[in-house]
Design a protein around this ligand. Structure first.
Ligand code: NAD
Ligand code: UDP
Ligand code: UDP
Length: 318
């Protein structure tokens, strides 16, 4: 539908009340776009969007992506899906439906509108990887019937659908494979390491290290990741991805615990707990493709990002 008066770009963000979605929406509004946020508020909250109350270019719609959606927009960011294991394992069937039926509906919408569509995929498509660091041409090592399968296989099938709509129907798609990301508005209780350590340190509780803390992860600050989303969405037609977005600087979990203790000035001590089954020893993205095609490289150092995240949790735990 042609716009009669309004010349702003209208952008649909599914999962917009969540951690990443709400940051993305802030950036889209800042640059002058109009945003339709769609969310069923399963893990997202209205608190993440309170500051946008009465914003003239912002609209919220409560809707589940597993049901068809008929709206008129110019671009779609498809982020709807619980991301933390405790959340996506709460109702595994619904998790797969969200990824797969959600992708079908949003692709159907993009097809009808002839508009560009972005998919928030994940490093979990690599499963428990046997190559390090992971490049986009690695096919992964995923268990199809385990407790993580609803998330991993749902996201893999969503990628398949995106590429089939692209190859068969010429849809303009952009697929990002997102690695561990942290920052303000991440969930305090979802068991992820950054939020766990910060909350434990602020409360003076033991910092729970699983295993001996020698396993490594690479953590991307949310603002850097959103820069990557926008660079990918605005890249030339024909560059579809999948493209890894994450921070390639690796830290051990013990390093992370020590940094959090130093930053918070906490008197918490380290408590070593058993390592969960199938916990990867190492996860690190190869971001050569993002550097080459998008000119993107994360810039926020771990200490700086942690400082901002600690400030957020200090405020929200009061
Ligand atoms: P989040 O849980 O904070 O946000 C997900 C949002 O989707 C929530 O607001 C939730 O209410 C909404 N949602 C869930 N099911 C829905 C449904 N059926 N219909 C409509 N809305 C629904 O998680 P996040 O960290 O912001 O993740 C956003 C996206 O990025 C997800 O697709 C996730 O898989 C992907 N991702 C995130 C990370 C990360 O480190 N945070 C890493 C890899 C991939
Ligand atoms: N769909 C939607 N909004 C639209 C167009 C389609 O939600 O504006 C949904 C519709 O429910 C359909 C799905 O997207 O089931 C896939 O659409 P597509 O056109 O690819 O398939 P078809 O309608 O031919 O089954
Ligand atoms: N971890 C930990 N203590 C915690 C939470 C997590 O030592 O309180 C470890 C976990 O075992 C894993 C790493 O931190 O090795 C990252 O865990 P997270 O769940 O954040 O992400 P993922 O394993 O999906 O990368």
């Amino acid at each position: 539908m042609k716009r009669l008066y309004n010349t702003r770009k209208r952008v649909l963000v599914t999962g917009g009340a969540g951690f990443l979605g709400s940051h993305l929406i802030d950036r889209l509004l800042e640059r002058g776009d109009e945003v339709l946020c769609l969310d069923n508020l399963f893990t997202g909250t209205k608190e993440n969007l309170y500051h946008l109350h009465n914003h003239p270019q912002f609209e919220f719609m409560r809707h589940d992506v597993t049901f068809p959606l008929y709206v008129e927009v110019d671009e779609i960011f498809n982020l709807a899906c619980p991301a933390a294991p405790v959340h996506y394992q709460h109702d595994p069937i619904q998790t797969t439906k969200t990824s797969v039926h959600g992708a079908i509906n949003m692709l159907g919408l993009a097809k009808r509108l002839g508009c560009r569509i972005f998919q928030a995929s994940t490093s979990e498509v690599y499963g428990d990887p046997s190559v390090h660091p992971q490049r986009e041409d690695y096919w992964g090592n995923v268990n199809p019937i385990g407790p993580r399968s609803c998330y991993d296989e749902g996201k893999r099938c969503a990628e398949t659908l995106f590429f089939d709509y692209h190859n068969q129907l010429g849809l303009d798609i952009k697929v990002a494979r997102i690695f561990n990301t942290y920052g303000p508005r991440m969930h305090a209780n979802d068991g992820r390491v950054v939020s766990n350590f910060i909350v434990q340190a602020l409360r003076g509780e033991d910092i729970t290290i699983y295993g001996d803390g020698s396993q490594t992860r690479s953590f991307c600050y949310v603002d850097d990741l959103i820069d990557g989303f926008l660079a990918l969405m605005d890249s030339a037609e024909g560059f579809t991805g999948p493209v890894n977005l994450g921070n390639p600087r690796e830290f051990t979990i013990r390093d992370l615990a020590e940094k959090v203790i130093a930053l918070t000035g906490s008197r918490s001590t380290l408590a070593f707990k058993p390592l969960p089954q199938d916990d990867p020893m190492q996860r690190c993205p190869d971001i050569g493709l993002a550097r080459l095609e998008l000119g993107w490289d994360p810039t926020v150092a771990l200490e700086e990002g942690l400082e901002r995240t600690v400030a957020y949790f200090s405020g929200s735990l009061e």
